[in-house]
Design a binder for this molecule. Structure first.
Ligand code: SF4
Length: 279
C-alpha cells in the first residue's frame, strides 16, 4: 500500500503545492490526501482558505484535532509557549500529524510506503538540511524538483484564481492568533481585525506564575497585551514600523539578505512544512 500525503498549513506554499500537484502531477493528485493539523486556535481566514482549497482541488481535507489541547498542556505546564519553550508546534501540530501517519501504517507490511509532499521552494533548498528518510516515509519536494521559486508560487495561486489567503491583507502568515512569533505590529493588526481573538490571547497572559521571575508570562517580550493596545503604545508601534518600512525602501544589500531571512522565519509554514522525521 502506498500513501501520498500533503500537510497543509493554510499558508501559500503548501496551498500552491496542492494546486501544482492537481495541475502538473495528476497521477499523484488522484490519490493524494491533504491533511491539516488544526491547533484549534487558528485565525478564521485560515479556515476560509482551507475551504477554498477544497473547492479548487476537488478534495476533502482531513482536519486533525490536536491529541492534547493547548489549554490542557498549558494547565499542566503553567507556561505559555515562547521562543525558548516552543512546546506548541511539537504537541499541537507535529505529534498530531505523526500520530495520524502512524495510525495509517499501523499494520504496515514490507510494501507499505508513505510519500510526504512538502512545499519547500527551490529558493529554500537550505531548509533541506534536516531532511531524512525513514523506512516507511519518503519526503518529496516537488517545488525543488521542478524549480519552483517564490514568484512561481504566487503565479500558481493567482493563475488558478484562488489567490492568497485573506489574512495576507493584514499579516503574512497563518498559524495561531496568539503566536509569539508575531511582531508588535502584527498584534495591533490582530486587535484591529479580530478584537475578540486579541481579547482571548490577552486572557491567556498572567502574572501569578511562581516559576517566572519577570513578573508576567506573556506572548510578547516588549509589552503585555493589555498595555500594548493603549493608544500611546499603538501610536508608538505604528510609527516605529512606518520608519522601518521607509528605511527598508532604501536598504543595502545586507538588509536585503536580512529581510529575506526575516520573511522566512515569519513565514506561515513552520509546522506542517517542518521536515518530518520519525525519531
Ligand atoms: S503558530 Fe505559533 S503558537 Fe501556533 S503552534 Fe505554531 S509556533 Fe506555536
Amino acid at each position: 500500500m502506498e500513501y501520498n500525503i500533503l500537510g497543509l498549513s493554510g499558508g501559500k506554499d503548501s496551498s500552491a503545492l496542492a494546486i501544482f500537484i492537481k495541475n502538473q502531477l495528476p497521477v499523484i493528485h488522484k490519490d493524494i490526501e491533504y491533511v491539516f493539523a488544526d491547533t484549534e486556535h487558528e485565525i478564521p481566514e485560515t479556515y476560509d482558505y482551507l475551504n477554498k482549497i477544497e473547492v479548487f482541488t476537488g478534495k476533502k481535507i482531513t482536519r486533525l484535532k490536536p491529541y492534547r489541547s493547548f489549554d490542557d498542556v498549558l494547565l499542566a505546564t503553567n507556561f505559555l509557549p515562547s521562543h525558548a519553550h516552543r512546546w506548541c508546534t511539537g504537541i499541537l501540530k507535529k505529534q498530531t500529524f505523526k500520530n495520524y501517519i502512524q495510525s495509517k501504517v499501523h499494520n504496515a507490511d514490507k510494501e507499505t510506503k508513505v510519500n510526504l509532499y512538502i512545499g519547500i521552494r527551490a529558493d529554500e533548498r537550505f531548509r533541506l538540511d534536516g531532511a531524512g528518510q525513514d523506512k516507511l516515509i519518503t519526503e518529496k519536494f516537488p517545488f525543488i524538483e521542478h524549480n519552483i521559486y517564490r514568484q512561481d508560487v504566487e503565479n500558481i495561486l493567482v493563475n488558478e484564481g484562488i489567490g492568497y489567503p485573506d489574512y495576507y491583507k493584514w499579516r503574512k502568515r497563518s498559524g495561531c492568533y496568539f503566536c509569539f512569533y508575531q511582531s508588535c505590529l502584527d498584534w495591533i493588526k490582530l486587535y484591529e481585525n479580530h478584537p475578540d481573538l486579541y481579547q482571548k490571547a490577552m486572557e491567556y497572559e498572567y502574572t501569578d506564575c511562581k516559576k517566572i521571575k519577570s513578573g508576567r508570562m506573556g506572548f510578547n517580550m516588549d509589552y503585555s497585551l493589555k498595555d500594548m493596545i493603549k493608544p500611546e503604545n499603538i501610536q508608538k508601534i505604528k510609527e516605529k514600523y512606518q520608519k522601518l518600512q521607509e528605511k527598508n525602501e532604501h536598504h543595502s544589500k545586507i538588509d536585503i539578505v536580512h529581510n529575506l531571512f526575516n520573511d522566512f522565519i515569519t513565514e506561515d509554514d513552520y509546522s506542517s512544512q517542518t521536515i518530518y522525521k520519525f525519531a
